[in-house]
Ligand binder design. Sequence first.
Ligand code: NAD
Ligand code: UGA
Length: 482
Amino acid sequence: MTSGIKNICCIGAGYVGGPTMSVLADKCPEIQVNVVDLNVARIKAWNSRDLSKLPIFEPGLKEIVERCRGENLHFTDEVEKKISDADMIFISVNTPTKTSGVGAGKASDLKWVEACAREVAKFAKGHTIVVEKSTLPVRTAEVIKKILEASASSVAETKNASFDVLSNPEFLAEGTAIKDLEDPDRVLIGGENEKAIEKLSDIYQRWVPEEKILKTNIWSSELAKLTSNAFLAQRISSINSISALCEATGADIREVSRAIGTDTRIGSKFLTSGPGFGGSCFKKDILNLVYLSNHFGLPEVANFWEEVVNLNKWHQNRISKLIVKKLFGTVSGKKIAILGFAFKADTNDTRESAAISICKDLLEEGALLKINDPKVSPEQISQDLSQKILTDKINKVKNPINQTNECCYFFSDINKAIDGTDAVVILTEWEIYSKINWSEVCKTMRKPSWIFDTRSSISDETLRTIKKYDLNIWRIGDGSVK
Ligand code: NAD
Ligand code: UGA
């Protein structure tokens, strides 16, 4: 299978651009793949000799980067040159929610996408296929096409330039990005020009079976991406809403999930109750759907989807309130260990992590937080919480908490994080947290001690043994523990 594409440029070296292009380069050694970004520090990190310093942590990623980097995979800030060398360009830049102006708080801010389109229009040579990889509102391809065509006819250097625009949304989930990219459920390609669609499809067919490559019109492709995220998030809000009911009624959310998930029509995935969904996309993509629905005069549709986000917000807040309530109505001056800050396991990404809102609530109530996460840096946590963070490494004193008035501490050692606390709150499902020896660590906690497990990291079996120790347990959606 040969696509005829020899040189690819991907604009945006983030969570999508980096892993996606690494896998593409690995699967297609005859294609030169250049990943460009304006963020020089990020590019530098992608080029780190020490592969543990890559800007993104994903299981399996560093092995691919090690194999391909410098061969047919390149990370560079030479945006102009790499655009002009390319015969296919992926736009994989950020599309956050607008913070001001029309649609603020809901609509996507397309300024980065538009900037890319203008750069492509300015520097591309010959026929170029432009692929939307970013998640975009329906009909964005039209905007991109207009910019490309307007510039192509007006800019002297690009007289020979012509363009096709395709939509090829990405469905990878962080933490499993490499697996998702190497063995996707489907690849979606939307477009008008069959030849262009075939060229992109031929690339994917190097490793994806043809029947998994879905070809649609461009608007269906754009809308399918938003809808897919909305459906996934909706399942999480659904199960989280039921977890609250389980706690009130004595039912157990794990049993309810299993019981409903075995119905093949419902399916078992995305039925794990947790502290509320995080990640850079679910909230922003649903809000975008809400904005579009209102824009097209469909307020009932908009309201339906907005409730998914509202429920998520309520659920996160419910957890912080519950922690305060269980700790005799006040956490002021109390030490609380926070286990996990990433929005899910196996990633260093904290964007929209439930940990941010829950920690902020607890700080607001006056708690002292002792935070641990195996992959998130203390600098990132400090930025997310807008708080100075003292780390156990910088601070060599035995118990830094007694030495200062600061209220956020980072501990790379789990036991040190738990030492002297009134409560432990598990917020990310890192595997190491399911292996904690509670019989030992509980001895170092102040009594009465609490564990708040929002991730079901504590198995039923461990729960039975823990109950023998001097520990109070709250587990998400578990009506049997009060
Ligand atoms: P990100 O913020 O990690 O990366 C985007 C990168 O684009 C940044 O490094 C930024 O510096 C760069 N950039 C912005 N404008 C640029 C320009 N004009 N020229 C060069 N570089 C530029 O974002 P991400 O998480 O990779 O997401 C990218 C898109 O993919 C978003 O639309 C997102 O919704 C979508 N998406 C994300 C995921 C995910 O798991 N993160 C999954 C599927 C889809
Ligand atoms: C999600 C989608 O799963 C991807 O298909 C999509 O490409 C991506 O968004 C995107 O467009 O950005 P991601 O956010 O990386 O991927 O991770 P998920 O596994 O979907 O988890 C999102 C959040 O939901 C996490 O906070 C996770 O802990 C939570 N979650 C997930 C649950 O609480 N319960 C579940 O059963 C599943």
